[in-house]
Design a protein around this ligand. Structure first.
Ligand code: MRU
Length: 331
């Protein structure tokens, strides 16, 4: 995988052969983005299977269960991680000998990686019809190739719109404190030849009020059956501001990002370390000992969302009905 903490200064690929290293990579944001950590979790379990010295399926399952716990506890908000781990555990429970279980786990992880790209391309196509020639589209955080196996969710929609022959520009927010927007989205889109401008998070209102942007699309870490969307901290502010200015606000997320069981009060918002806020890189930007509140995600309520783009179609308000229809049709 690419070490995303080194971007945009260095493009470094890292390889892991121990699932503990994969867990550390997820925790430290070497790999990040909901679909990317889902598939990384699956490959982490594939490594755990290869590392296991088990001679019986029961022992192998117990080794996998231990690895699952370590991988799962890295990040609590994106539901794709649990989805990826659970999918592998289901496959592991079906085999009747150690070797065949190991092989089917590896095959499933590889299929999940391939499927992720196909799903993103389908999602992109479904979303592209919502965007017009000469649109300027704002996005927050990084929901691109880097956040997935390839192509991206929100950036996949922008890619597909461009591939359909429409001319689009992009405004990427910086996305403090970790700067996924400036370090990753701006890098990825510039690398791929998009017309992209970077703004500080504080210029979202200015850009909307001055008509520099006419649509928004973001990714998601978790979508509830009610249409409540959990995404990178600051998404809620972007959505509120879009509502104020009558700008359509879209979310692009695969069905693996939906959590059809939880209610808003059940969702754990990851709180990250203070130094992400008190420093920029290694440089101190706040006084020693300052109290810091550093939530990694926020919740955007359904009334601010114009549509949720998935590989199975676009859900429009009221979301309880439209989301359940998408799942019914995808059974
Ligand atoms: O903390 P991160 O960088 O993992 O947060 C990522 C996001 O919030 C993305 O917008 C989300 O995962 C969608 S990725 C296709």
């Amino acid at each position: 995988m690419i070490d995303q903490t080194k971007l945009p200064n260095e493009l470094v690929f890292v390889e892991y052969s121990d699932y503990n290293e994969v867990a550390r990579a997820i925790k430290t944001l070497i790999v990040r983005g909901a679909p990317a950590i889902g598939v990384s979790g699956a490959f982490g379990l594939a490594l755990a299977a290869l590392q296991s010295k088990a001679t019986t399926p029961e022992q192998l399952l117990s080794d996998l269960e231990q690895a699952r716990k370590i991988l799962f506890e890295t990040r609590p908000t994106a539901v794709n991680l649990a989805w990826g781990l659970d999918k592998i555990m289901q496959v592991a429970k079906q085999g009747d000998n150690v070797e065949s279980i190991k092989q089917s786990i590896i095959k499933t992880a590889q299929e999940m990686a391939e499927d992720d790209i196909k799903i993103n391309m389908r999602m992109g196509k479904n979303g592209s019809i919502l965007f017009d020639n000469n649109d300027t589209i704002m996005t927050h955080c990084n929901a691109g190739s880097l956040a997935t196996v390839a192509y991206g969710t929100a950036l996949g929609v922008i890619r597909a719109t461009k591939e359909s022959g429409k001319n689009v520009k992009v405004i990427a927010t910086e996305t403090r404190p970790v700067q996924q927007g400036s370090r990753l989205t701006a890098f990825e889109l510039k690398h791929d030849g998009f017309d992209v401008s970077l703004i500080p998070d504080t210029a979202v209102g200015y850009s909307m009020a001055n008509k520099l942007v006419n649509k928004v699309v973001v990714g998601a870490d978790r979508v509830l059956r009610t249409g409540h969307v959990y995404n990178k901290i600051g998404t809620y502010q972007v959505a509120l501001m879009a509502k104020q200015h009558g700008i359509p606000f879209y979310v692009a997320a695969p069905l693996s990002t939906f959590d059809m069981k939880s209610n808003p009060q059940d969702v754990i918002i990851e709180q990250r370390k203070a130094t992400e806020v008190t420093q920029i890189g290694d440089k101190k930007t706040a006084p020693d000992g300052i109290n810091v509140i550093n939530p990694a995600f926020d919740m955007t309520p359904p009334e601010l969302i114009s549509g949720i783009i998935t590989e199975a179609g676009v859900a429009k308000p009221p979301f309880v009905e439209s989301i359940s229809k998408l799942f019914e049709a995808n059974k």
